[in-house]
Design a protein around this ligand. Structure first.
Ligand SMILES: CC(C)(COP(=O)(O)OP(=O)(O)OC[C@H]1O[C@@H](n2cnc3c(N)ncnc32)[C@H](O)[C@@H]1OP(=O)(O)O)[C@@H](O)C(=O)NCCC(=O)NCCS
Length: 207
């Protein structure tokens, strides 16, 4: 059972070196030794935020901020995603990592991410890609679309280089107001064959 935790939002450009090291250690331990990030600002882009679940030490020193990290993710507003001739506002969710797996912190984090995103970006579709599909199926408000990543292409905004990753599921937040699932419905409706020209375009480097 998870203990009481705080939910903290830190803009990525304000992460301390210590916090960046902690994120890189976590990424390397779950995604592999090449998953460390050298330049957080360049990697995640302007406006990215680290959403962090953690607890203060007992007894908490005066003015202590969160010290014991439990789970975190990165959230960023993306350039609108283009599907055929339509554009959809979108918030990307990535690097969802639990530092204390199996204690409920992952689910707790995603509930807080749901509330944060739905208040701050009520008209955006929150979207991420994953292999941990069974986890996201259990998160309140989040849904999963198997294999949906194969309907997208990441296009680097400067080099225009396309990048594909056809192995993964999408997780997304279906808001009862705002845009609802319009993006997901449009992506699912793209007719075959799914060649490059038809895919939904994400105008940032693959994350
Ligand atoms: C996925 C992850 C964030 C889950 O965090 P967690 O703190 O262990 O999750 P919880 O304890 O809240 O577990 C919630 C439920 O999901 C299940 N679950 C946890 N991790 C899972 C995974 N990788 N695959 C499938 N199910 C998983 C748990 O069994 C639990 O089910 P239960 O309530 O029936 O027991 C964590 O396993 C992790 O950091 N994985 C590596 C990084 C990753 O793959 N991130 C996702 C894509 S960016």
């Amino acid at each position: 059972m998870s203990q009481e935790v705080d939910f903290i939002v830190i803009p990525v450009h304000e992460l301390s070196m210590e916090q960046q090291t902690r994120i890189n250690e976590a990424r390397e331990s779950v995604f592999g030794k090449d998953a460390g990030i050298a330049d957080f600002h360049a990697h995640f882009g302007a406006g990215a935020m680290c959403l962090l679940l953690g607890s203060s030490p007992e007894p908490a020193p005066a003015g202590a901020s969160v010290v014991n990290w439990r789970a975190f993710c990165i959230v960023r507003e993306m350039p609108p995603i283009r599907v055929q001739s339509d554009e959809f506002p979108c918030v990307g969710v990535c690097s969802v990592i639990s530092l204390v797996p199996g204690q409920g912190y992952g689910k707790q984090l995603m509930t807080m991410v749901r509330d944060f995103v739905s208040h701050r970006y009520p008209l955006h579709q929150a979207l991420g890609f994953t292999g941990a599909t069974n986890f996201f199926k259990q998160c309140d408000g989040w849904q999963v679309a198997p294999g949906l990543i194969s309907r997208f292409v990441f296009v680097h905004p400067e080099t225009l280089e396309p990048e594909l990753d056809d192995d993964g599921d999408a997780f997304f937040l279906a808001l009862p107001h705002g845009g609802g699932n319009r993006l997901i419905e449009a992506v699912e409706a793209i007719p075959a064959p799914l060649d490059l020209e038809r895919r939904a375009v994400i105008r940032i480097p693959f994350w």
